[in-house]
Ligand binder design. Sequence first.
Ligand code: FAD
Length: 292
Amino acid sequence: MKIRDILDKRKLSVSFEVFPPRQDSGIEGVMRCTNELAELNPDFISVTYGAGGGTSANTVRIASHLQTIGVTPIAHLTSYSSTKDEVHRVISELKEKNVYNILALRGDKPRDPDFVPPGDYRYASDLVTDIKSLGDFCVGGACYPEGHPESGGREQDISNLKAKVDAGCSFLTTQMFFENSLLYSFLYRTQAKGITVPVLAGIMPVTSGKQVQRIRELSNAYLPTKFLSLVDRFGDNNDAMKQAGIAYASEQIIDLVANGVRGIHIYAMNRPDIVRAIMANISSILEGARAL
Ligand code: FAD
């Protein structure tokens, strides 16, 4: 099923994200994880993609597995470091497996200062246009409530986002954020710019002190005092931090649903136990809100 059709029908969608293993030997474990996530009845599950294409085969395999267990899959695809031929090969494989939902991404620029990109795709919007020319795909894109770090300002970022949506995105999924008011003001700005496609809120349950360190290193996400207090107090105690992280994510979702967001996308980090606990915390809230 196309995600745009699911979003047309649902008042609120709930979806999860998994990542493929770096080594083929890890594939069975990720498949088991998707089987467990499937029991939680998501509208779809997305599968990330290695920016350099390293895990592309496993992205396709996991998306195809989701299809066979009756869950709508969406495969991520990045383009900056790839040639058109490489990208087209992956798109053909997805078609072969009947996967017609793609999250079109530029991918992060490699850190190697000597890296020269092939130059076939500069921005994700180039990839969106290309995918749309290759078949009846439902294409989504990424967006950044706090602005993308390379954009040169939030206004410019929203203009670039509008161009990406106009190239053919049916929906957008946000980068993780930990302060809901940032999303609300972003939604206001996107609407003012005439971006009308559904925006799915990306929620990252943070359940270990190590994860916070990684978020600090890799993203510019604003971490509110309330969040930092939890990490300060419980970061060294695995069980306590897990419980606190699940509670924080659940609270974020409840507020988002109360404020009418169109979709919740949980970064599952291949941890069905954590997603299950969040879903249990909000089961009655979701029941009414997700009604067709
Ligand atoms: P773009 O939309 O191309 O934007 C990149 C930058 O270019 C922005 O600053 C934008 O403002 C600017 N820009 C865009 N168009 C123009 C233009 N015409 N002129 C000037 N500037 C322009 N990475 C992976 O490697 N694999 C994944 O599976 C993956 N999944 C992700 C899922 C989500 C939901 C999100 C939010 C991110 C994901 N990423 C993934 C990370 C993503 O690849 C990086 O954030 C990357 O730096 C930007 O990708 P993009 O598709 O948003 O790029």
